[in-house]
Design a protein around this ligand. Structure first.
Ligand code: URA
Length: 196
């Protein structure tokens, strides 16, 4: 294991050792930490694992994940180009929305993940992960608009997107999400230019 992998594994151990979100831990089968490229510039953050994710221990492997993969491919990317995780790392029973205290309990661990991976862009999927980076904002007002924020000792760009599961069976939202998603390659290019 390299240094980053070791540090990320330590987060998993700390969540278990500190019995974070004990009620969810009791009902969940797996702790779903995240998956993908830990040397990436772009991290996607969803809400919480669903049934398939709980069973496999991997994020976004169900219907919403397949839709996400399709959008990534259309934008010229694949899973191995990005890292993907959730704000809440255990499945809430019956896929209910994560509770405020559950999001709060897991937030410091998400911050640690980001401080290890150090992405330039964080794509939030849905309002549950967005609200922690862009408090008091409404997703219906700001979806698809990149926002630069200070994050610890660095600056990152947040791209707030609708959640693929919400857009899956809603034609209007689906078209909006695809349109917003297709802005990502331009945002990535602009940031690369700034680096030079
Ligand atoms: N929805 C999410 O927010 N995360 C997953 O991992 C799967 C579905």
């Amino acid at each position: 294991m390299n240094k980053k992998e070791t540090l990320l594994e330590q987060i998993r151990a700390d969540i278990i050792d500190n019995n974070i979100s004990p009620d969810l831990a009791k009902t969940a089968k797996n702790l779903v930490m995240g998956d993908g490229n830990i040397d990436t510039d772009i991290v996607f953050i969803g809400e919480a694992p669903g049934k398939n994710e709980d069973e496999t221990g991997l994020p976004f492997v169900g219907a919403a994940g397949k839709f996400l993969d399709e959008m990534l491919a259309t934008a010229g990317m694949q899973r191995s180009d990005i890292y993907i995780t959730n704000i809440v790392k255990y499945r809430p029973p019956n896929n209910r929305d994560p509770l405020p205290e559950e999001k709060k309990a897991f937030w410091p661990f998400l911050v640690r993940q980001l401080n290890i991976i150090r992405p330039k862009i964080v794509v939030t999927l849905g309002r549950h992960s967005m609200e922690y980076f862009l408090p008091e904002q409404k997703i219906s007002m700001i979806h698809g608009d990149p926002k630069r924020i200070s994050f610890g000792d660095t600056k990152i760009v947040i791209v707030p997107l609708y959640h693929p599961a919400a857009a899956l069976y809603n034609g209007g939202l689906r078209a909006t999400l695809i349109e917003d998603f297709m802005k990502l390659p331009t945002i990535i290019k602009l940031l690369e230019k700034e680096k030079k």
